[in-house]
Design a protein around this ligand. Structure first.
Ligand code: MTE
Ligand code: MO
Length: 201
């Protein structure tokens, strides 16, 4: 298992303030829960993950098949648009690169879709080349339902609303289609270092 550490390169020798994107504060040990609706309770054994849309070969992994995929440990800073950031969060899961390796796509965009109906849109280039994972553990334990268990998307270089909880798959699309929060005026891409909170930022 490889250890991927992103975000730490921003740490200076004496302070963590340069790890904070503009307008953010360090939430410390607390891990806030932000959910737009009730927490779905899909049993881990009933969970599966699909890649569909404009792909040559749609795929679904059962939870058992997903567990057999190459896994990575990830240690990253995360940044919520409501202004908390959390340093050095530790996760394990499967790189989106691994999930998209064999599908072949003509799409440059995708929608992550989740139990409960949540969606968020992403550019393909923001979830490939080691920038996104489907994670099922946090801090060495199975991911709690409140934080998206059985599994969630992790896209740490974008605001945390892009990290869809209870994720069930990725739908590749040719055109960019806004997801849940993006429809309500949040930024299409959401780069915290550019402070892309709302559309127009
Ligand atoms: N399915 C789903 N995913 C979601 C959300 C949600 O409401 N539903 N909220 C998003 C937002 S706004 C944030 S900040 C993070 C919060 O993750 P946490 O509750 O684990 O802190 O999840 C994101 N993913
Ligand atoms: Mo958020």
């Amino acid at each position: 298992m490889s250890l991927v550490s992103r975000g730490f390169h921003r740490r200076s020798s004496t302070t963590t303030t340069d790890r904070l994107p503009p307008g953010q504060y360090d939430v410390g040990d607390h891990f806030p829960v932000l959910s737009a609706g009730p927490t779905p309770r899909t049993p881990p054994t009933a969970w599966d993950f699909s890649v569909r849309g404009v792909v040559d070969a749609p795929r679904t992994w059962t939870s058992e098949e997903f567990r057999q995929l190459p896994r990575e440990a990830i240690s990253v800073d995360i940044h919520c648009v409501t202004k908390w950031s959390k340093f050095g969060t530790r996760w394990e899961g499967v790189a989106v690169d691994t999930l998209l390796a064999d599908v072949g796509t003509q799409g440059a965009h995708l929608q992550a879709f989740s139990d409960g109906g949540y969606t968020t849109n992403l550019q393909l280039q923001d979830v490939t080349n080691g920038r996104a994972w489907v994670v099922d553990t946090y801090d060495g334990a199975p991911l709690a339902p409140e934080h998206g268990g059985p599994a969630r998307l992790l896209v740490p270089h974008l605001y945390f609303w892009k990290s869809a909880k209870w994720v069930r798959g990725l739908e590749l699309t040719r055109a960019n289609e806004p997801g849940f929060w993006e429809t309500f005026g949040y930024h299409d891409r959401g780069d915290p270092w550019l402070e892309q909170r709302y559309s127009g930022d």
